[in-house]
Design a protein around this ligand. Structure first.
Ligand SMILES: C[S@@+](CC[C@H](N)C(=O)[O-])C[C@H]1O[C@@H](n2cnc3c(N)ncnc32)[C@H](O)[C@@H]1O
Length: 414
């Protein structure tokens, strides 16, 4: 059944929201003010599929990717830049206001730069034994075959060809109940690929994979983090340090994103001499802060900590102490926080509730939060504010352009 509805606004997940009926209806790829024809989506009474735009918003623009609307990688390519920026900033403004956090929010900082330097593709054999390698379809696990993606950093050139070539021997010879995940990262020494989901492999198949890795001149190929072949150590530069990436460790999605977040953090750390870098990963903040301050860094990823400890030996840096620690289960407690002038924390999407509680009870003069989830940030910020900290202007950062994801940096002082 075809319905005609009007879209009120774009919601926090990037879908158009219609308030025509009593309950909100969500329609992907639509904009506020548009009249659209929509169809039902089985099993989702609050969602509709866009069939046609009868009256388009003046803010509507032509998407630049032929896969847009089918591939689940991008939610928004059909909106002009200015209203898109305002919407993304507003996600932060509204979420903080709903949590009762009263603060200024700066204009959105664009950090797409040259594009994504890391992607996870999926490989799967479809009907009629046809291999599909690409991204998941919007709202489903179907794989949309992709041979070109315009939002990638040119340094990922060859990533899609290599992914197709690696998936071919694996998926054809194995009963894959779930898709093969192919994570590709652009590094200074070439592409670094980690395969996941293939299960144990017979030796001839591993040999076949090595051959593909050689043919595509990959820097390194790993499977579930285990080395298959390394031509060159995959490295990334973080200020003056060269970091060898451990397979599977976290890395900011764009170079511009990492540099923007690190610069905002450094500005807010200011002249602090003793800095704590919590949820430090391979050290994009700590390695830059160590230009001027002594750094102590914690993360629960032992590989990331080992990589940071090695990069910390770069001549000219102040000392960096890096240790593995689970900060959800064993957050640093006030006596351990006593000697730091500034604490930076950049947790995963779940936030850092346990650590925020301990920080709230500490006397650390400056706390800087970096977050990729404004809802959990708001919860943790509330703990700090209730503990006596004042929040300064929050800066939203757009690393994941064309998606509803937004990062932010905030400073708290007491
Ligand atoms: C958003 S990433 C940030 C990493 C780093 N600051 C960066 O910008 O690349 C979050 C980090 O939290 C770490 N992490 C996740 N759960 C953790 C836990 N329970 N304890 C300590 N670190 C954890 C991850 O290994 C990851 O490095």
């Amino acid at each position: 059944m075809v319905e005609r509805i009007t879209i009120d606004h774009v919601g926090h997940r990037g879908d158009g929201v219609s308030l025509t009926t009593r309950d909100a209806i969500y329609v992907p790829y639509t904009l506020g003010g548009e009249s659209v024809e929509v169809g039902h989506v089985a099993g989702h009474p609050d969602r509709r599929k866009l069939l046609a735009v009868d009256v388009a918003s003046p803010e509507r623009v032509e998407p630049f990717c032929p896969h847009f609307g089918i591939c689940g990688g991008c939610a928004i390519q059909h909106w002009a830049a200015d209203p898109y920026h305002a919407w993304k900033r507003n996600i932060v403004v509204e979420t903080l206001a709903q949590a009762g956090i009263d603060c200024d929010v700066a204009p959105l900082v664009d950090a797409h730069g040259a594009g994504r330097r890391r992607i996870t593709l999926h490989g799967r054999f479809g009907t009629h034994d046809v291999l599909k390698v690409g991204f998941s379809a919007a709202g489903s696990h179907d794989v949309i075959p992709i041979h070109r993606c315009p939002i990638l950093d040119p340094a990922l050139e060859g990533a899609l060809d290599a992914a197709w070539a690696l998936a071919e021997p694996l998926t054809s010879k194995m009963p894959v109940t779930k898709p093969l995940d192919i994570q590709v990262t652009a590094t200074a020494s070439g592409l670094d690929v980690d395969l996941r989901g293939s299960g144990p492999l017979p030796t001839p198949l591993v040999t076949a994979l090595s051959r593909v890795a050689e043919q595509h001149r990959l820097a390194r190929l790993t499977r579930h983090g285990e080395l298959v072949l390394q031509r060159l150590p995959p490295t990334v530069r973080m200020a003056r340090a060269e970091v060898t990436l451990p397979p599977g460790s976290f890395l900011q999605a764009t170079v511009a994103g990492e540099e923007t977040l690190a610069a905002l953090v450094a500005e807010r750390v200011g002249k602090a001499k003793e800095v704590l870098d919590l949820f430090c990963g391979v050290g994009p903040f700590g390695l830059r802060l160590a230009e001027k301050a002594r750094v102590t860094a914690y993360d629960n990823d032992a590989g990331a900590i080992a990589a940071l400890a090695k990069a910390a030996r770069t001549p000219g840096l102040k000392p960096i102490k890096a240790e593995t620690r689970d900060l959800f289960r064993r957050p640093l407690v006030p006596p351990e926080l006593r000697d730091f002038d500034a604490v930076v924390f950049d947790p995963p999407r779940q936030g850092a509730q346990a650590q925020a509680l301990k920080l709230a009870a500490s006397k650390v003069p400056v706390v800087i939060a970096v977050s990729c989830n404004v809802a959990t940030f708001a919860r943790d910020a509330r703990l700090l504010i209730d503990g006596g900290y004042r929040i300064e202007t929050v800066v939203p950062v757009d690393q994941f352009r064309h998606t509803p994801h937004v990062e932010l940096v905030a400073r708290f002082t007491r």
